[in-house]
Every structure is written in C-alpha cells, then in structure tokens.
Design a protein around this ligand. Sequence first.
Ligand code: AMP
Ligand code: GLY
Length: 410
Amino acid sequence: MNLLVIGSGGREHALCWKLRQSARVGRLWCAPGNAGIAAVAECVSLGDGHDAVIAFARAHDIALVVIGPEGPLVGGLVDALRAAGIHAFGPSAAAARLEGSKGFTKALCARANIPTAAFARFDSGDAARAYVAGHPLPVVVKADGLAAGKGVVIAHSVAEASAALDAMPGPVVIEAFLTGPEASLFVLCDGTDIAVLGSAQDYKRVGDGDTGPNTGGMGAVSPAPALTAELEARALTEIVAPTVAAMAVMGTPFVGVLFAGLMLTPTGPQLIEYNVRFGDPECEALMVRLDSDLLDLLLATCDGTLSDTRPVWRDGVSVTVVMAATGYPAAPVTGSAIARIDAAGATGATVFHAGTARRADGAVVASGGRVLAVTATGATVGEARAAAYAGVDAIDWPGGFARRDIGAGE
Ligand code: AMP
Ligand code: GLY
C-alpha cells in the first residue's frame, strides 16, 4: 500500500518512522519532508494547493494520505481528497473547526455542558477591553483562529490585557484563568467510536522552570504523569465523548486524531483547547511507545471500524527533548550545521528531525525554529530522561539549545 504523509516536522518524521515499520506499507512519500524524513520516506515538494496533492496521489496509486499539520485540515484538504475519491486520514474542514475556531468550540462546550473556562468572544478590541475591566484578573486573551500556540496571553493587569488586544487584530476570546497541571490526551475517532491513544505532558515555555515565551513545545513526557487513570476516565466521559457525540449530531462527525489540551484543576479536568491532529512533540513521544501497527489504526479510523481495534502499548515511558535554533521562538537563526546526529542514535535515543535540510556538501543544517526532537524510552521517567539527554549531549550543534528540565521531578 502506498502512502503520502503531508508535513515537515518532528511529528511527521515520527509518523513516517512508525509507518515504515508496517509490513503493509509499500512506497512512502512525505511532502515536503525534511533531511531526517528522507531516511525513511521519499520527500517530494507539492506546494500548498490541493490539486497538486490530488494529482500526485492519483499518479502514484496512494491508498491513504495522512495529514500532519492543522493548516491543510482547516483549509479543507481532506474534503478535496475525498471528493476526488482518495482516502485521507484527518477531519473535514467542518470538523477541524474544533481547532480552527475557539468560538465554535466554546459554543459546543456550552451546549454539551463540557467543563471549560468561562469565556466571551469579541469582534472588536474595545468591547473586549470593557469586558476585561469588569472581570477578575488574571484573564487569558486568545486570538480566535490558528495561531501556532502563540496567540495566547495571560494578562495580570488591565494594561497587559490591553497590550495583548492591540497585538491581536482579529476576533478574540477572553477566558477565565484556570490553574493546575496540564496534560495532552489523544484519541482516534472514526466519527462514532473512539480508541484512546494515550497522553503526554508538553513543555510549552522556552526556558527551564517554565520561563520565557510560549513555543510550539520544547519537550514531552508520555504518558502524562499528572493524568491518573481516574482523571483520564473523567476527561473521556465529561469532555471527549460529549464532543464526539455533538459533532456527529451536527452532521460533521470527527474523523481523525482528536487532541484534547486539558487543565487538571482542583475540581477536575477542564478543556483548554482542542487540536485536530497529533501534537508536536507529543507525537514523537507517543510513537516510540506504540506497539500496534500505526497503519492498521489509521485505516480503522477512516473505515469506521475503531470499535474492533485497540492500540497496544509497550511498557514504560518516553521522554522527548526538543533542540531548537538559537533565537527561537522570536527569531531563530537558521543555516547552522549540526554534526554527530548518528552518535545520538548510538546512545539508544531516536532523533526525529523537526526542521532540518541537507546542504549541497551533505551537511545537515537547521532550517526552522524547532530542529530536532531527541526521544528515548525507559522503565521510569528518570531512565527515559537520562537516555534522551545522553542523545542530546552526543550531538554537536553550537547553534542550538535545549531545555535541561524535561521530565525532571516527575
Ligand atoms: P492554548 O493555545 O489555548 O493551548 O493555550 C496555550 C497555553 O496557555 C496553555 O497550554 C496554557 O498553559 C495557557 N492557557 C490557555 N488557556 C488558559 C486558561 N483558561 N487558564 C490558564 N492558562 C491557560
Ligand atoms: N505541542 C503542542 C501542539 O502540538 O499543539
């Protein structure tokens, strides 16, 4: 079976790495891919339009297109592929509104009684300012659209809220501030049934001790230490199941991987946000723990047969440490050469490439903000963490940095 994976990050490298292990996968392409993905898949440049993907899928007898990032999902790539008779893993544009529109998701939560922060949505900054003036601080100011994890400001004063609103030109959502540990929960959903894929803890801030600006994610631990079996069961019953049911009733069933960003508050799990795709770097941490054939799971999701399928996991835990280019997230410096990536592999870690390219002289260079996702497993978080950092420390990259506290204290 020939497959095409869309994307170029560590998430797509982990998906291609895992799919390559399936006996049923024939040729595997990734568009556009990166220097690391090129070791397990054939990288091809198709641009952003839907037509090029459809033409490529037809020309290469692609049995399934797997879409990694949110942009093409919200933009309707799955709808276009299905209309062309091509199988695709991921939600329709209508179902991808769970990520693409915070206003949509908040309204759904209100209707289905799903626990989430109290909120209000505003088209104009002035109306939002008036609302903030009458509410207890801190408040959370969010852009109502795709913002790559950077459209959220926690404002501790009216002035901070006002500055955040100045920086967000479009519609905004203002939320009450929740407290507690966070966890990312992933479920496959075939429109009706779900299969729990597992959880991870993300490290969103750029600096050790959760300091500095938010990023796309600087590391992950899977399963999420704070998400006990009891809390996971509550999140599934109180948050995920009613969402899946509401989407089906609306005639826009969710098919794909649903990623619930949860805050484990003193009163129980609350939904911070949905994403309609695998997390990055959470996907890297999940894939090294998954024993099942990923292709079987993706096909069961698309075919509506998830009720017969249960993912099997290896014992133990995994830790992913992201190595980013100097200056990330504000202004990453790209182009620096990275040496001794193989030496990290020799320590037992798996190095997923998140933003790399191969220079004409063969050197691997940084081509994005987040560049490598060094991942390892162990019987305990401590073991997995030590193995992941052994991998990080084997890599020779003066132009990069990593947080040193991923998995510390767990
Ligand atoms: P989001 O992009 O919605 O996941 O938000 C990014 C981060 O902002 C989350 O991971 C939280 O750390 C924080 N955050 C978002 N919403 C809230 C909230 N209502 N209360 C407290 N923190 C929040
Ligand atoms: N790591 C968070 C995300 O993928 O959105």
